[in-house]
Design a binder for this molecule. Structure first.
Ligand code: SAM
Ligand code: DTB
Ligand code: SF4
Length: 332
């Protein structure tokens, strides 16, 4: 365990490790649930006192028509989901949505582009203006738009970008069954560029895509052995969208989400663990268990990128019933 108790200071101190072995991570994932929850809670309480949950809102700026073949994604050209290429949103409407998200209580605004990689030119200049505008509103700004170059990363950093989201999605071993048009290595290189530019890293994955427990452990191990850890780790459960090769995947057992969140929390004590896609399939009680296990952020607002998300009013009620506080980087 990466937790030690100092009697003199009556204090729990958490150490960060980057040398996790696969068997250690697998044993955590497979522990009796009560033991896993207990460890995750001890670490969470010691590392992030106060059960504060960050609200992040999401907007798809460029929707559909993506050149990648991600098997889970409604936006891939290879899939026949009911999402077609749409004109990109321009700067002003995006900033209006960001302002509305802030007024509804969000602290972070995440913008998505269905791209294989960022291209230079007008759409990239617009992305930079959106980042500046979102930061100007006093929100954290996150972008997810595929691969990028060093120069693009540094221009995004200069524009004030807080975080870049680029998920590993699954284990290196399961990856080729899900995506063939971009390699795991390319993903890792993109993450390195983001880090080198001084932007915080948002990187996680999806469960429910036919992977084994060892695959889940292997994904978590890659994330936990990054140094530093990603500041933000989204844990998604598959939203099985019609028209994708994964449309028939059985839904994830909610307790599997609890286990993923708890294990991520133990491995990466200080990262934000985001309870991401798939919350509509979780009962209020399962979501509260995830919060107790260490999830400290949710996506907030009626929609994710192309699929729906719980309503704002029901999320507010959930958080108040759970007795957690809403955190703000700007008004901690
Ligand atoms: N095109 C960019 C990329 O892939 O890096 C950004 C957008 S992409 C939609 C962001 C992430 O959302 C994916 O990496 C994946 O982890 C998650 N995601 C997409 N579709 C999903 C689905 N149907 N269910 C769960 N997670 C999903
Ligand atoms: C992440 O890991 N999950 C969010 C965010 N990062 C960009 C996206 C979830 C997308 C769910 C499917 C959709 O709405 O299209
Ligand atoms: Fe494109 Fe991202 Fe969807 Fe993959 S996940 S198809 S890269 S939008």
């Amino acid at each position: 365990m990466n937790l030690s108790y100092t009697k003199a200071q009556n204090d729990l101190s958490v150490s960060l490790r980057h040398d996790w072995r696969l068997d250690e991570v697998r044993s955590l994932l497979e522990e009796p649930l009560m033991d896993l929850l207990w460890k995750a809670q001890m670490i969470h309480r010691a590392a992030n006192p106060g059960y504060k949950v960050q609200l992040a809102s999401l907007l798809s700026v460029k929707t559909g028509g993506c050149e990648e073949d991600c098997a889970y994604c409604s936006q891939s050209m290879y899939n026949s989901s009911d999402v077609t290429g749409q004109p990109e949103l321009s700067v002003q409407p995006v900033l209006e949505r960001a302002k509305a998200a802030k007024e509804a209580g969000a602290d972070r605004f995440c913008m998505g582009w269905a791209w294989r990689e960022i291209r230079d030119g007008e759409p990239f200049e617009a992305m930079l203006s959106m980042v500046r505008g979102v930061r100007g509103l006093g929100l954290e700004a996150c972008v997810t738009a595929g691969m990028l170059t060093d120069e693009q990363a540094s221009r995004l950093a200069d524009a004030g970008l807080t975080a870049y989201n680029h998920n590993l999605d699954t284990s290196p071993e399961h990856y080729e069954r899900i995506i063939t048009t971009r390699t795991y290595q390319e993903r890792l290189e993109t993450l390195k560029r983001v880090r080198a530019a001084g932007i915080t890293v948002c990187c996680g994955g999806i469960i429910g895509m036919g992977e084994s427990t060892i695959d889940r452990a292997s994904l978590l191990r890659v994330l936990a052995n990054m140094s530093p850890h990603p500041e933000s780790v989204p844990i998604n459960s598959l939203v099985a969208v019609e028209g994708t090769p994964l449309e028939e995947c059985p839904s994830v057992d909610p307790l599997e989400m609890v286990r993923m969140v708890a294990t991520a929390r133990i491995l990466m004590p200080k990262s934000r663990v985001r309870l991401s896609a798939g919350r509509e399939q979780l009962s209020r009680e399962a979501q509260i268990l995830c919060l107790q296990a260490g999830a400290d952020s949710i996506f907030y607002g009626d929609s994710l990128l192309t699929t729906s998300n719980p309503a704002i009013a029901s999320d507010r009620e959930l958080l108040s019933q759970a007795g957690v506080q809403i955190s703000s980087e700007f008004n901690p």
